[in-house]
Design a protein around this ligand. Structure first.
Ligand SMILES: [Zn+2]
Length: 155
């Protein structure tokens, strides 16, 4: 069995859709990035790649490649799952934490869980989504960005 960790952060800006865990959340701002900037899904990709010893998301899906412009990060996650499986691993569980001062994540938690589970083809019970604020401290607390962390176990 192998463990992987992933961490990501994106800047919050006006005029972008907010997509977290493949779920569009109504909010005045969205995350800035080459793809849809789904910070949670990126953290899960990095955790899976890390566990399988496959490097990181930037190596496989470079943000200089026009193929990945505005792409749904769920496509990157599905591709990541394929890479992990090609190395002979199956995914046992995925735990995550979203760091955001706003919006409230609770109402979207189950939707995110089901969408991520479908992308990696596991039971939703194998995925956990937590959210926390940073008590108003730092860049997250000032609402300048949203971060996410993920830990996965593969076998
Ligand atoms: Zn990212």
């Amino acid at each position: 069995m192998r463990i992987g960790i992933g961490y990501d952060v994106h800047r919050l800006v006006a005029g972008r859709k907010l997509v977290l865990g493949g779920t569009t959340i109504p909010f005045g701002k969205g995350l800035l990035g080459h793809s849809d900037a789904d910070v949670l899904t990126h953290a899960v990709c990095d955790a899976l790649l890390g566990a399988a010893g496959l490097g990181d998301i930037g190596q496989h899906f470079p943000d200089t490649d026009p193929r990945f412009e505005n792409i749904s990060s769920l496509t990157l996650l599905a591709d990541t799952k394929t890479l992990v499986r090609q190395k002979g691993f199956s995914i046992l569980n995925i735990d995550t934490t979203i760091f955001a001062e706003a919006p409230k994540i609770g109402p979207y938690r189950n939707t995110m869980r089901e969408i991520l589970a479908a992308a990696v083809e596991v039971n939703p019970e194998c995925i956990n989504i937590k959210a926390t604020t940073t008590e108003g401290l730092g860049v997250i607390g000032r609402g300048e960005g949203i971060a996410a962390m993920s830990v996965v176990l593969i076998d």
